[in-house]
Design a protein around this ligand. Structure first.
Ligand code: NAG
Length: 188
């Protein structure tokens, strides 16, 4: 009788230890190596675990869509400066301040999105990478000026799975999320 109970407890303990190890060893999907957030949902994403925790929450997680978008802007006007990539999709993985990869809570009933705007070619425009800016920039400009594509980031946190896999918590994204790519110019 006791034997059975003990075996049962031990198996629960080893499952949760395995979950914890699995969560601690999580890596960014290959397409997102070196990034602090990722839009890709891989087969490792623990959807069942997250759905189970959400189902047990009391009060339940708000229905509908979470997330926010920075005020709508006219994105047609790409000619004036740096090429930008705007994405407004659910984020599935983020890097926390301790560089652990964390699973962001996404489910049928609860999605978290933020409008990100990243520079397609961040950094200073030089003769080596001028070609990708040739549509709006003359080559002579980059000899007289330091013209750089700079991302502006804001601090942002997502509801994410705790590292022990037992609960949900707010987690800050390391380095924040880019919400604006701008062109910065100074005379050399
Ligand atoms: C050019 O401007 C960028 C962005 O302001 C700055 O980070 C960089 O240090 C500057 N480089 C030079 C050579 O002035």
């Amino acid at each position: 009788m006791y034997g059975k109970a003990v075996v049962f407890l031990v198996s629960i303990a080893s499952i949760s230890a395995r979950t914890t190890n699995m969560l601690l060893e999580t890596e960014m999907p290959p397409s997102c190596y070196g990034k602090s957030y990722c839009f890709e949902k891989t087969e490792k994403y623990p959807q069942k675990l997250i759905d189970n925790i959400i189902a047990k929450l009391d009060p339940p997680v708000v229905e509908g869509e979470g997330g926010m978008s920075i005020a709508h802007r006219d994105d047609q006007d790409a000619e004036h400066g740096c090429e930008r990539r705007v994405i407004f999709e659910p984020i599935f993985e983020i890097l926390d301040k301790d560089s652990n990869v964390r699973y962001v809570v996404q489910s049928d009933r609860f999605t978290q999105k933020i409008r990100t705007e990243a520079c397609v070619h961040p950094g200073r425009i030089t003769s080596a990478n001028w070609a990708s800016h040739a549509a709006y920039l003359e080559k002579s400009h980059i000899q007289d000026y330091n013209i750089s594509c700079v991302e502006k980031r804001i601090d942002y946190s997502f509801l994410a799975l705790s590292l022990d896999g037992n609960s949900l918590e707010d987690v800050d994204v390391q380095g924040g999320v880019p919400v604006c790519c701008s062109c910065r110019i100074s005379k050399l």
